[in-house]
Design a binder for this molecule. Structure first.
Ligand SMILES: Cc1ncc(C[n+]2csc(CCOP(=O)(O)OP(=O)(O)O)c2C)c(N)n1
Length: 624
């Protein structure tokens, strides 16, 4: 869902300022540190798709000298491209959020089978607690599934070091390597000792002609599988001495095996416990674990999300506790870990810090997520609602069409799902016509094949492509419709309308998303059709810098407003009830907050009393 806009996490200048010193200390977020590590380790090619909490890795990397970086239309395309670079003997990086690896899974598995010529790190950021995601899947399972090593950083220093170690590991064992930060690591800042870039000349002179390794037809794949199994066995051996696995022996009463951010909580909550900090979480070092277990009386695993390490330790025949004490679901914090430990008798009741009395603060009003003032999606949902049809949504800012007062979306699963769900429901005999809504970036991501299915297999669904000219939800990244690349070059933008026609959709209309009556007119006409139809609603996101310069706050004429509240039903945060009461209806009139209003005119278009001025009228007032 990615409700967290990433502007707040813009790369700190230190992340990208290559120093002339051989070693320097800087303050970096985990994502910046991953980018820095990749740059220092000689990565020349990076490709990714935005997704919280991973986005800033590529945004930071793109600013380093001597590299190439790009946003791909989706994670599979990004990973295929990074694999191509690594096949060509150049160190490469792919970046994505956890659910992105679902999209890229096919590529991930074949890369494990083939191996590569040069190092490949896949940075996959997990989101325990689902701050901005539709699930909290644990990427360590993918590593085990595909027989690929996985490194789990516990702070920004680890994040940098693990990318460097991961690239070496990748080349040493001929395998892709996952580096898996979680939200706290990606967005948290800590001190990092950085170094200079080490250039790595291409590891092959020309692209390999080695079909038995790189052409995965069954006869070759069958030969590669034992190689892959043997490889992961050898990496497990290497894990025993991997320098980023670390034993910290203290008291022998309690031993904690931990990893990632949970390591920080273990240090804070159990200062006297012995700790086995695992930097490599797959494959696991059996002897190191068994040795550690022998030296402590009680062994626990402290890990967020799945009991991944715990189950493995138990399978080794070692008595261990973990999820019987700490939660399986959600993100940890020191409070959660401490309370769980007290409950399990690992800590005395006195371990609770003294409660500090808080000053009497007024309760803050709740601020549920809403579409921004001036969001071009709002009026489109207003019009869609008038059709009274089932709406299959997708993932982007427009997912907020689900919240009151719009309540305009009935399903949302993952990126690209909406069109397919509408098609399937329609073909299966759902008695109403279905509407699918999808953003421009999501359309390029996974919407196009689904629309081809609609066109080719002829389902009479209405597809609304909400083109706000940017990937807004993750912080305004360019996409193939934007006309600019990640590295700031102008490029040929994809013409969505021409593409949709080329697919074979006959009914295609592009409308200004701010023109609600026109959006409504086209949708009502489409409702009568028995064929696939596409409406492209176009208007740049209201938060883009060039749009911000054109804001014109509108005004309500208090003499005309009768407080009916129709405008409020659009859900625009700039509209507020005023203290003034309309006589005789007794309803509160409406006012516009000039600090929030952008002048999109939706409220003016829907007001039955024509009580709200349009932009021209406001501008006219000014000049008079
Ligand atoms: C597989 C996957 N990759 C990335 C994301 C993160 N993400 C959520 S929505 C979105 C794109 C939204 O852009 P767009 O479709 O243009 O809609 P907008 O937010 O601009 O309205 C992204 C990148 C995700 N949820 N799932």
């Amino acid at each position: 869902m990615d409700t967290a806009r990433t502007r707040a996490f813009n790369a700190s200048p230190q992340a990208e300022a290559p120093s002339n010193e051989r070693e320097t200390w800087v303050l970096l977020s985990g994502n910046e540190a991953i980018a820095r590590g990749a740059w220092e380790a000689g990565v020349v090619f990076a490709s990714g798709y935005p997704g919280t909490p991973s986005t800033e890795i590529l945004e930071t990397f793109a600013r380093f000298p001597g590299i190439y970086a790009e946003w791909a239309p989706n994670e599979k395309v990004a990973l295929d491209a990074a694999i191509g670079a690594a096949y060509a003997g150049r160190r490469a990086l792919a970046t994505m959020k956890h659910v992105g690896l679902n999209v890229a899974a096919d590529a991930f598995f074949y890369a494990s089978m083939t191996g590569l010529e040069a190092g490949l790190v896949i940075a996959v950021a997990d989101d325990p607690g689902m701050h901005s995601s539709q699930n909290e899947q644990d990427t360590r399972n993918y590593a085990k599934f595909a027989r690929v090593p996985c490194l789990d950083p516990a702070d920004s220093q680890d994040a940098r070091d693990m990318v460097i170690a991961g690239l070496d590991l990748s080349e040493q064992f001929d395998t892709p390597v996952i580096v898996r930060p979680t939200t706290r690591i990606s967005h948290g800042f800590s001190r990092v000792r950085v170094g200079m870039r080490e250039e790595h000349p291409p590891r092959v002179r020309r692209f390999p002609r080695n079909p038995s390794k790189y052409v995965m037809v069954p006869s070759n794949a069958r030969k590669r599988h034992p190689v892959v199994e043997e490889r992961i066995r050898r990496i497990a051996e290497y894990a025993e001495t991997f320098p980023l696995n670390r034993v910290e022996m203290r008291d022998g009463d309690l031993g904690i095996i931990t990893t990632g951010i949970a390591y920080q909580y273990a240090r804070e909550i159990f200062p006297h416990a012995s700790i086995l900090k695992l930097g490599m979480v797959w494959p696991l070092p059996h002897d190191l674990i068994a040795d550690f277990a022998r030296q402590v009386k009680r062994l626990i695993v402290l890990e967020e999300l799945d009991p991944f390490i715990e189950e493995h330790v138990r399978m080794m025949g070692i008595p261990v506790e973990g999820k019987s004490i700490f939660p399986l679901i959600g993100e940890f914090n020191p409070h959660i870990v401490r309370e769980a430990a007290i409950e399990a008798g690992l800590l005395p009741e006195t371990a609770r810090p003294p409660s500090v009395p808080l000053p009497d603060l007024p309760e803050l009003p709740g601020r549920p997520p809403v579409l921004c003032p001036g969001c071009p999606h709002r009026g489109v949902f207003w019009a869609i609602k008038k059709l009274h049809l089932p709406v299959n949504g997708d993932i982007g800012c427009y997912t907020l069409g689900v919240v009151p007062p719009l309540n305009a979306i009935h399903t949302t699963g993952c990126m690209g799902a909406g069109i397919g769900v509408a098609h399937g429901a329609s073909k299966a005999g759902s008695p109403e016509k279905h509407v699918a809504v999808i953003g421009d970036s999501t359309f390029f991501h996974t919407g196009i094949p689904a629309l081809i299915n609609v066109a080719y297999n002829r389902s009479p669904v209405i597809v609304v492509i909400m083109d706000n000219r940017v990937t807004a939800m993750t912080g305004d990244q360019p996409n193939p419709g934007t006309g600019e690349t990640l590295m700031g070059e102008k490029t040929q933008e994809v013409d969505i309308e021409a593409l949709v026609r080329a697919i074979g959709i006959k009914h295609v209309t592009t409308v200004d998303a701010y023109n609600e009556p026109e959006v409504e007119r086209v949708l009502k006409a489409y409702k009568r059709l028995d064929e696939p139809a596409v409406l492209i609603t176009r208007r740049p996101c209201a938060l883009l810098p060039e749009v911000r310069k054109q804001y014109v706050p509108l005004k309500v004429n208090p003499d005309l407003c009768d407080g009916c509240g129709v405008c409020i039903q659009t859900g625009c945060p700039a509209l507020v009830r005023s203290k003034a009461i309309h006589i005789p209806s007794g309803r509160q009139k409406v006012e516009i907050d000039p600090l929030l209003c952008t002048g999109c005119e939706l409220c003016a278009q829907v007001c039955p009393q024509q009580a709200i001025s349009f932009r021209d009228q406001v501008l006219g007032d000014k000049t008079r």
